[in-house]
Design a protein around this ligand. Structure first.
Ligand code: CTP
Length: 405
């Protein structure tokens, strides 16, 4: 297996810090960005140096921090030009209320705002991660400045809601370092699914026998969650119907939690026609107990074991594929043998244009997978890789088919 390239490798990020207590998160952010493969040039305002030292930021970024437009070490004495010409993106985190006001007005009286104004606007995106007290965030002047900065091409990341350093609770917290790094990774993904709506099922289902027991399977949901993230990064609006799994919801994805196959069916069917694509990654239990015992089934001392009658669950994918205004349907096939043959058989039986086959026992719970795409034109293997990389490749394949279908 060849290691997938890091998601920010080859990207050079100028990370700007304006003054705010959230500067402490920016130290971690440098680590996240460099771990993701980016090179990071830190630029700090005077106010930012009150909260965290340039020494810390230099040590973490492995580069001297740029602090002043009057730094005579630059041979041409034009730090603002040099820094903004090298950058693939400028991320200001934290972006204080004052700094956003400066951006909205196009002011340039210190290095960070100067290089934001001096950047080649078509080529070098500006992302702002606001961080401030909730009253400052809600102030009409701040909201006006944020809207103006956006209208001038800046992307606003967050803010989040929650506990604030001042002891108040509300909107204005800076996103966490890992969230900001994910936002930047998403920002750089090609928007192949812009304007599309995707509905995705993921995880196992749980078919109750009694109040404490049930039938389920070893699906972890990782592949479906990775597809939800990759589709969202590609610009789609994503709804994820998840069976019982313990995975964090990908950012900006709407999640609906269900337990049983019937609940998954009931969540999917009324929504399906309003979506452009349906991706069925869930390992739906084929059968459920015909009757649910109201109380826990107890041993009765006779050594007699209980027996259950099973009844078949609805086939969600086949039901969506039968809708008159059906979305583009992508089925998964988790097989233990004869993968290609079974996938082709499911393509016909479920009447869907694309089946993605994988080796069930090898992939359930694993971070890695190997996919075989089977459609009317033939087969294509996506070689073993981590599930997010595969999900991004699958998103490309789906986007290509949507364009030609
Ligand atoms: N699927 C579904 N509803 C079901 C069963 C399966 O939506 N009740 C979907 C799965 O999400 C997957 C595809 O159908 O996209 C194939 O699922 P799989 O379990 O591999 O196939 P089955 O139809 O259950 O057939 P078999 O058990 O014979 O392999």
């Amino acid at each position: 297996m060849s290691a997938a390239p890091l998601p920010l490798s080859g990207r050079h990020v100028v990370l700007g810090l304006s003054g705010g207590i959230a500067c402490y998160k920016s130290a971690e952010l440098v680590r996240e960005l460099t771990k993701a493969g980016a090179s990071v040039q830190v630029v700090m305002t005077d106010a930012a140096t009150q909260f965290i030292t340039p020494v810390t930021m230099q040590a973490l970024s492995n580069r001297p921090v740029a602090l002043s437009q009057w730094d005579a070490r630059e041979p041409n004495n034009m730090a603002h030009i040099n820094l903004s010409r090298e950058a693939d993106a400028i991320l200001v985190a934290p972006a204080s209320a004052d700094f956003i006001a400066k951006i909205a007005q196009g002011r340039a009286d210190e290095l960070l705002s100067l290089l934001c104004v001096a950047r080649p606007i078509e080529r070098c995106p500006l992302l702002l991660a606001p961080a401030m007290n909730r009253e400052m965030w809600a102030h009409p002047a701040t909201q006006r400045n944020v809207a103006q900065a956006q209208a001038d091409g800046a992307t606003i990341l967050g803010p989040a809601a929650g506990d604030q350093a001042c002891g108040e609770i509300g909107d204005g917290r800076m996103l966490e370092a890992a969230e900001l790094c994910d936002e930047l990774i998403a920002f750089f993904q090609p928007k192949l699914l812009a304007g599309r709506k995707l509905l995705i099922t993921a995880g196992p289902t749980f078919e109750a026998i009694d109040p404490v027991r049930g039938i389920t399977n070893l699906s972890s949901g990782k592949m479906g969650f990775a597809i939800a993230r990759a589709a969202q990064e590609a610009g789609a609006e994503v709804t994820l119907v998840a069976g019982p799994v313990h995975l964090p919801t990908p950012r900006h994805v709407q999640r609906i939690d269900v337990k049983s196959a019937q609940q998954m069916h009931d969540a999917v069917l009324p929504r399906a026609a309003a979506h452009d694509v349906f991706v069925a990654t869930a390992a739906v239990a084929d059968w459920r107990p015909a009757t649910l015992a109201e109380q826990k089934i107890k041993k009765d001392g006779t050594k007699r074991v209980p027996s259950f009658e099973l009844t078949e669950n609805p086939d969600i994918l086949a039901a969506v594929a039968r809708l008159p205004d059906r979305p583009y349907c992508v089925g998964f096939a988790a097989e233990s043998h004869d993968i290609a043959r079974h996938a082709r058989e499911k393509l016909a039986r479920k009447n869907v244009p694309l089946i993605v086959a994988n080796h069930g026992p090898a992939t359930f719970g694993s971070d890695l997978n190997t996919l075989l795409l089977v459609d009317a034109d033939g087969e294509r293997e996506l070689a073993t890789a981590d599930k997010l990389s595969l999900a991004r490749e699958l998103v490309r394949e789906i986007a290509r088919r949507l364009q030609t279908s």
